[in-house]
Design a protein around this ligand. Structure first.
Ligand SMILES: *[C@@H]1O[C@H](CO)[C@@H](O)[C@H](O)[C@H]1NC(C)=O
Ligand SMILES: *[C@@H]1O[C@H](CO)[C@@H](O)[C@H](O)[C@H]1NC(C)=O
Ligand SMILES: *[C@@H]1O[C@H](CO)[C@@H](O)[C@H](O)[C@H]1NC(C)=O
Ligand SMILES: *[C@@H]1O[C@H](CO)[C@@H](O)[C@H](O)[C@H]1NC(C)=O
Length: 327
């Protein structure tokens, strides 16, 4: 009841009803031909069930068979860096075009989008002086060349955000706008994966992701929020995850982020699959399932994200969705 009262007081807004108009457009395919495509206005409709894949898995080259990840609808090859493709993003480039087309078709038939995640924790593009426009052009071209459904911007340039001078936020805005020039909304997915504290008001001189959302949020389909690696006791209970975060990162719980103006339907809850997939922030699948059920009762339906395959798979997501959006 207390939680209900707090949530009632938050006054968060529900759906903002963003849909792109059903115009036709062309975009280049992997083999260089242009095909006409109707933007699928349901492309970015929640719930999103997102799984990252960076680690190599013995006996597997490229993405896993659909049967291992049923229950997810987005698979994020990780990572494409400023220096080029690494790990599972690189593995994708090493498959033959025929093999890529086969896997892509199998995923499409199962309703699973295949995207590439950019940067990750080893890349610091703003600090390293990468040009946001040129970087966006190169990365978008890569997405088109390799026939993927879009990108996830896993920007983790903590030094740039912590500098508090607004340069990180400006870099992200330029980068996101330029990505959208080449990867139009409604045709390609474009998500971001900020750590949850970057939505904490008043903690960063440049405003961190509250600024990013107010400048280019309309171009971002949703946020894969990293509710982990932020301290031993951060976001580890349903109350701390959903309703009231700690005094270390104030107002960065799910419904607090929504109350601060970020659309609730864009807030995807990200968690590590196991305790060894992150320093902290882990929740058991049964606790996470309970949190999702509570959130759903308060009008949330954005979905969940997990780091990473193969520690999470169809069994994991089946357990997590069981009490809210059962598979
Ligand atoms: C190019 O790809 C499109 C879409 O996948 C396909 O319909 C077409 O036949 C391909 N063209 C060639 C020359 O391979
Ligand atoms: C649009 O996307 C949704 C979700 O991926 C899918 O179920 C639907 O079949 C698609 N519609 C068209 C016309 O491609
Ligand atoms: C998912 O992972 C668990 C734990 O590693 C494993 O026991 C199970 O067989 C896997 N399920 C699928 C469908 O791959
Ligand atoms: C939320 O958490 C902060 C920090 O721990 C605490 O000071 C505050 O009283 C809490 N608010 C509610 C409504 O529980």
């Amino acid at each position: 009841m207390f939680a209900l009262l707090v949530l009632a007081l938050l006054g968060f807004s529900l759906m903002d009803g963003v849909l792109s108009s059903p115009v036709k457009s062309t975009h280049p395919r992997e083999n260089g031909t242009e095909v006409s495509i109707s933007p699928n206005t349901t492309l970015a409709h929640s719930p999103h069930w997102v799984i990252y894949s960076d680690r190599s898995v013995s006996g597997l080259t490229g993405p896993p068979p659909v049967s291992e990840i049923e229950g997810f609808n987005v698979f994020a090859l990780s990572f494409l860096l400023v220096a080029g493709a690494f790990d599972q993003a690189q593995a994708w480039t090493q498959l033959t075009p025929t093999r890529r087309a086969t896997i892509k078709a199998e995923y499409a038939a199962a309703g699973i989008k295949l995207i590439v995640s950019l940067f990750g924790s080893t890349d610091a593009p703003t600090s390293n002086g990468a040009d946001p426009i040129a970087t966006a052009n190169t990365m978008a071209d890569w997405v088109i060349q390799y026939g993927l459904d879009g990108v996830d911007v896993d920007y983790e340039d903590f030094d740039a955000i912590n500098a508090g001078d607004g340069k990180a936020e400006a870099w992200l805005a330029s980068f996101t706008r330029q990505l959208r020039v080449k990867l139009p909304q409604g045709i390609f997915l474009l998500t971001h994966a900020p750590v949850a504290p970057w939505f904490s008001p008043g903690q960063f001189g440049g405003g961190a992701y509250l600024t990013v959302d107010s400048t280019v949020g309309s171009l971002i389909d949703w946020y894969n929020l990293q509710f982990y690696n932020q301290g031993a006791d951060e976001y580890t209970t349903c109350a701390g995850l959903l309703i009231n975060s700690s005094s270390t990162w104030p107002q960065s719980a799910l419904f607090q982020i929504a109350a601060n103006g970020v659309p609730l339907e864009k807030l995807v809850i990200g968690k590590p699959a196991t305790t060894s997939d992150a320093s902290n922030g882990f929740m058991s699948t049964s606790t996470l399932a309970r949190c999702l059920s509570i959130a759903k009762n308060f009008g949330w339906s954005a979905g969940a994200m997990v780091w990473e395959f193969p520690d999470a798979n169809s069994t994991w997501i089946g357990s997590v969705r069981r009490l809210s959006f059962p598979v």
